[in-house]
Ligand binder design. Structure first.
Ligand SMILES: NC(=O)c1ccc[n+]([C@@H]2O[C@H](COP(=O)([O-])OP(=O)(O)OC[C@H]3O[C@@H](n4cnc5c(N)ncnc54)[C@H](OP(=O)(O)O)[C@@H]3O)[C@@H](O)[C@H]2O)c1
Length: 323
């Protein structure tokens, strides 16, 4: 038996139950991993609450890092003792777990378990958003909402690294400082200021090639007014609630815009894509171009508090849970 955080009935943070669970031997194509740390992500709150349904009961958590303790039949590229990290739906909030071997990648020496647990999901998301959903290039201007959040701090550094001017919205002055220390050229306090007016001002009316929006309801449709004609609206999350159905003609009215609602699962569905995405992430992190700020660390048994803090906008950067 190992310590884990399970959900028996979906709901608020109180539905996270710290208890012992059985960990089976790995089946064909699977590995067992002794976890050193698990990542906390906003998507965990959607799954916990039932907004993204999962069969009950389940161990929550989508991301983690640790040491391989057993390999199942047919697994040839990983062995006991390997240091690995992964993104897989469900099972991350546990001291030990089983997962499909083809979702794990070996960790380079320069990346610690805690760093990996804080960056695989958020960092590979930043990778596909900046390199594949919209290819950010030198000279572009980019707006990123919730700039001081987990994805936000990594995305801003990566966009700056490729040469863009990066504008970020944040919920407080402290978060603005943090965003500025992590790649952002300009910050906007979007709870007090009109962010569209500020973007117009900062860009001298030129606007942005792309807006990356993980906030959703509260920043829509104003985000569209920050985008140049033929630019891209990337709605990749909904921390403030889902965007309601919208009339597609609004994209015509705002300048023949493109809009997409991407997910990491689709972009990294194929093993080759996952390995390339993780490799690109490891490269920018080991070179020092992108730092992974692990700003909160909770014991696994305090998962309820971690969720409360995340949902009440108290966290910044990455958060990990340690067994
Ligand atoms: N599509 C994908 O592939 C993908 C992958 C990873 C994450 N995501 C999405 O990306 C977003 C960020 O994820 P994350 O894990 O890095 O979380 P996070 O950004 O660390 O936390 C969410 C942040 O959103 C902001 N926010 C604005 N309105 C909010 C509200 N009403 N309630 C709570 N927070 C609010 C807060 O920052 P301020 O105080 O600065 O406003 C808060 O800190 C989430 O929507 C997540 O689902 C999508």
């Amino acid at each position: 038996m190992v310590a884990a955080v399970r959900v028996h009935k979906t709901g608020g943070p109180e539905s996270l139950t710290y208890e012992d669970v059985e960990v089976p031997a790995p089946g064909s194509g699977q590995i067992r991993v002794k976890q050193h740390a698990a990542g906390l992500n906003y998507i965990d709150t959607y799954i916990r609450s039932g907004a993204y349904p999962a069969p009950l009961p389940f161990v929550l958590g989508n991301e983690g890092a640790g040491e391989v303790t057993a390999v199942g039949q047919g697994v040839s590229d990983l062995k006991v003792g390997d240091r690995v990290a992964y993104v897989v739906t469900l099972g991350g909030y546990a001291a030990e777990r089983v997962l499909p071997a083809d979702r794990a990648v070996k960790l380079p020496d320069g990346i610690s378990y805690e760093q990996a647990a804080g960056m695989m999901l958020k960092g590979m998301t930043a990778e596909y958003l900046v390199q594949r959903t919209f290819k950010v290039e030198k000279g572009h201007t980019v707006l990123i909402h919730a700039a001081a959040g987990g994805v936000g701090l990594i995305l801003g550094q990566w966009a700056r690294h490729v040469g863009a001017t990066v504008i970020g919205t944040v919920g407080s002055k402290e978060k603005a400082e943090l965003a500025k220390a992590n790649g952002y050229h300009h910050t906007i306090l979007y709870r007090e200021e009109d962010f569209v007016a500020r973007v117009k001002d900062i860009t001298k009316g030129g606007l942005c090639e792309v807006v990356y929006d993980g906030v959703g309801k509260d920043t829509f449709p104003a985000s569209l007014d920050c985008i140049k004609p033929l630019g891209m609206f990337v709605s990749y999350g909904s921390a403030s609630g889902q965007i309601d159905a919208f009339n597609i003609n609004i994209l015509q009215a705002k300048g023949s815009l493109f809009a997409t609602r991407p997910t990491l699962n689709t972009y990294n569905a194929k093993r080759e894509a996952l390995v390339k995405s993780a490799g690109d992430l490891f490269k920018v992190v080991t070179s020092g171009a992108v730092k992974i700020p692990i700003n909160q660390k909770y014991s696994l048994k305090d998962a309820q508090k971690a969720h409360r803090d995340l949902e009440s906008r108290k966290t910044t950067g990455s958060t990990i849970l340690v067994p």
